[in-house]
Design a protein around this ligand. Structure first.
Ligand SMILES: C[S@@+](CC[C@H](N)C(=O)[O-])C[C@H]1O[C@@H](n2cnc3c(N)ncnc32)[C@H](O)[C@@H]1O
Length: 248
């Protein structure tokens, strides 16, 4: 099975998410938080195919992206020729210079499946922020998403991009044998050609959703103070967005 962010899947991801996500709105949302906290330099982790990067770059902001998928980075670079994207793992990265704000966008925290993954990420973020720097990230709310997956065994999302119609059928398995609140996500991707549905890829991944108090404790343990918690609905998930400040 394909990995959602590699090879052909990176291009399918990019095509479908242009429909799922209103990146102008997404940019305004995150940029407001950045401006409210008077930060200037920005690192986006999980920068993906560079849709937010494009908006930060167009506004001449001091932005750089980080992602661990080479295929996602190459689409991001194609879209933003004069922008910096580094390949790296959020659990262990080192920037040349610390920044004022770090964003982890688009529910990329779902890939931090062990407690060690979460702690290493927050620790790396802490080390790469300037004093009083700001961490902004979203996560899928376990208390709302798990019941939703139980009540909806197949979840369908449709997208249209460059005259191609795409369909994604997702099944989320709340396998109780897994640690934490992990889910096994099986997705089938189809393109509709001449009215006929053709499978283009199967994808399987293990992801984690979080309770709000789990995240609060992880942040406390990694020397962050929460400034704001925002309840935010996205195209498919109920999320919380956290704004937290680095404490020395
Ligand atoms: C759901 S996509 C979000 C992409 C983008 N933020 C958006 O909203 O379109 C998740 C991204 O996180 C990246 N990612 C997952 N685990 C990562 C890790 N440990 N370190 C860095 N990037 C990671 C993936 O390669 C992918 O590009």
């Amino acid at each position: 099975m394909a990995n959602l962010y590699d090879g052909k899947m990176a291009a399918i991801y990019d095509a479908m998410y242009q429909t799922f996500v209103n990146y102008d709105e997404e940019y305004n949302f995150y940029n407001n938080l950045i401006e409210n906290n008077k930060t200037s330099s920005i690192l986006e982790i999980g920068s993906g195919t560079g849709n937010l990067a494009k908006r930060f770059n167009q506004n001449n902001q001091n932005y750089q992206g980080l992602d661990y998928s080479e295929d996602m980075i190459s689409i991001a670079k194609e879209r933003n020729k004069d922008c910096i994207f580094n390949k790296g793992d959020m659990r262990d990265f080192k920037l040349d210079n610390p920044v004022d704000s770090i964003l982890i966008t688009g529910r990329s925290t779902s890939y931090l499946i062990s407690n060690d993954d979460v702690n290493r990420t927050f620790d790396s973020v802490h080390k790469n922020l300037n004093p009083n720097g700001i961490l902004i990230f979203d996560f899928i709310d376990a208390n709302r998403f798990i019941p939703f997956t139980k009540e909806n065994p197949i979840i369908i999302h449709e997208a249209e991009y460059e005259n191609v119609q795409y369909i994604r059928e997702s099944h989320w398995d709340t396998n109780n044998a897994l640690e934490n609140f992990m889910l096994e996500w099986t997705a089938k991707y189809y393109a509709v050609e001449n009215g006929e549905k053709k499978i283009i890829e199967n994808d399987f991944s293990t992801v984690r959703v979080f309770t709000r108090n789990e995240i609060e404790l992880f942040l406390y343990l990694n020397n962050f103070e929460i400034l704001q918690t925002i309840d935010r609905k996205t195209y498919a998930y109920d999320t919380y967005v956290i704004v937290a400040q680095k404490k020395s």
